[in-house]
Design a protein around this ligand. Structure first.
Ligand code: FAD
Length: 275
């Protein structure tokens, strides 16, 4: 690998899950990640697990970023949580709007992630490095790609230092997005989010929810493998390694792996990229 990498985890729900994640992290630290980030359930539902996992990563001597979503949150509660993160020695945040399950009203004081970024800057100055999300294939609720790009620009102008993309399997969508960001004069790194392919049912479900496109040829091949998990994994490694090679050759500044708390696929992709 000649570009820096970062790794994303979700907070485990059980002691067994926490033990498995520790084992996965130990293996993944051999990749010398620039930082590891931990997702945060919208509405603060995973706050304890998120901050707990972030604390463990810091104690392991690795830089950690806490994801932080603002939907449904109040300013007072957000201020308290920022104070807690500062106390823990967290220096990086991934600032998001988040999604509440349908049926929940927002009841919160922030509408968009740009409001959260502006609030964090107003409250804590430059204490945190802030990443935000971006969507080369457009966020599913955006009115248009142009409106989504402007929403991204608002997050950068509010003080974000960098961006991590939603995952995608079409490198052109990323390169086009990066060009458009450059045309707007936004000088921040746009790091591609990489989703290894290990389980096709799970991938289809995630992609349906977040609007990431699975190209037809990938979808058909995955369907053709049925429940032959070895073939899915082998095909997934080939496809995602090739994608990473294209991104690296095209100048991606770093890569952020959605590990789903597993180490094998990310390790193997990085091994192939280093070979
Ligand atoms: P925003 O930037 O606020 O955008 C949300 C929508 O509003 C977009 O359609 C945008 O175009 C539109 N919009 C923004 N500003 C305006 C405006 N001023 N006027 C009109 N429209 C506007 N979710 C979690 O719950 N927890 C996590 O830990 C988490 N981590 C993630 C990490 C990454 C790298 C990514 C890519 C996503 C992550 N998500 C997470 C998912 C994310 O919360 C959802 O995609 C959510 O729907 C949008 O969040 P956002 O921060 O991009 O929102």
């Amino acid at each position: 690998m000649s570009v820096p990498i970062s790794l994303e985890f979700f907070p485990p729900k059980t002691p067994e899950g926490a033990a498995k994640l520790r084992t996965a992290r130990r293996a993944l630290y051999t990749l010398a990640p620039e930082f590891c980030s931990v997702t945060y359930g919208a509405g603060g539902s995973t706050q304890e697990g998120t901050f707990g996992t972030v604390g463990e990563i810091l104690a392991e001597g690795v830089a950690a970023a806490s994801h932080f979503s603002c939907i449904g949150a109040t300013r007072a509660k957000t201020r308290e949580q920022l104070a807690l993160l500062r106390q823990m020695g967290v220096k990086r945040l991934v600032a998001l709007r988040g999604d509440l399950p349908s049926g929940y009203g927002t009841g919160g004081e922030f509408h968009y992630a740009s409001d959260l970024v502006a609030f964090i800057r107003a409250e804590t100055g430059d204490e945190f490095r802030i990443e935000v999300a971006c969507y080369p294939e457009m966020h599913p609720q955006a009115r248009s790609p142009e409106a989504d790009l402007q929403a991204f620009a608002a997050k950068v102008r509010a003080g974000a230092n960098g961006a991590i993309t939603q995952y995608f399997y079409n490198a052109d969508s990323y390169f086009r997005f990066v060009d458009e960001v450059g045309r707007l004069g936004l000088d921040v790194p746009v790091v591609p989010g990489i989703m290894p392919i290990t389980n096709s049912t799970q991938l289809m479900r995630f992609s349906e929810a977040c609007g990431a496109e699975i190209p037809r040829w990938i979808r058909l091949r995955l369907q053709g493998f049925g429940d032959d998990s070895a073939s899915i994994k082998s095909f997934g490694l080939d496809v995602v390694t090739k994608l990473c090679e294209q991104l690296r050759a095209g100048g991606a500044p770093a890569m952020h792996f959605y590990t789903l708390n597993q180490s094998t696929a990310t390790l193997e992709i990085c091994r192939r990229l280093s070979a």
